[in-house]
Design a protein around this ligand. Sequence first.
Ligand code: SF4
Length: 191
Amino acid sequence: MQSFYPSQVIEYLYCPRYTYFEYVLRIPQNEEKFYKVMRGRELHDEKLERNKEYLRKKIGVKQKFTDQYLGIEGLRGKVDEVLQLKDGTYAPLDYKFAVWKDKIYDTYRQQLYCYAVLIEETFKAKVEKGFLVYTRSKHKLVEVKIDDTAKAEIKNSMAKMLLIIEGNTFPKATKFKKRCVNCTYRNICVK
Ligand code: SF4
């Protein structure tokens, strides 16, 4: 059974053909675009920066589980922190070794949505939000709403990725044509 990482789901959401080129034809892409975001974790000093008491005060944390390697059917990944909140819901928290720039990147949101899917199934609990901590902006804490539509989109993407990989199906191109401009696959991608 194929098991995806959040980064692979994020690629699919960017353009379904990435999944095809990368996992059916096995043509590696220049990973930089996606992974520089995910990889913002040369977190040599991250561990020192963690465990701030602000968490409990600000968001009502009842219990915290750190560095959780979670895996469910079709999806796996490591969550920096899984928080059990006082209202009984759970929430993923992810540290970004980055400066807060007044906007949450889609990739960051999608990563949290994937974590929400992992947590709901693993902990048998509801996830309604997640948190990002920007370590280079004085640990700015940003809340990200996670609704049922967002989680359904992740599950739906996982199913479609399986169809592409197991069925060798060439998917439709992304609707966003400007994504093609700098795409690694633009020379081999039939429009
Ligand atoms: S060229 Fe466009 S459609 Fe083709 S893989 Fe790249 S982003 Fe997707």
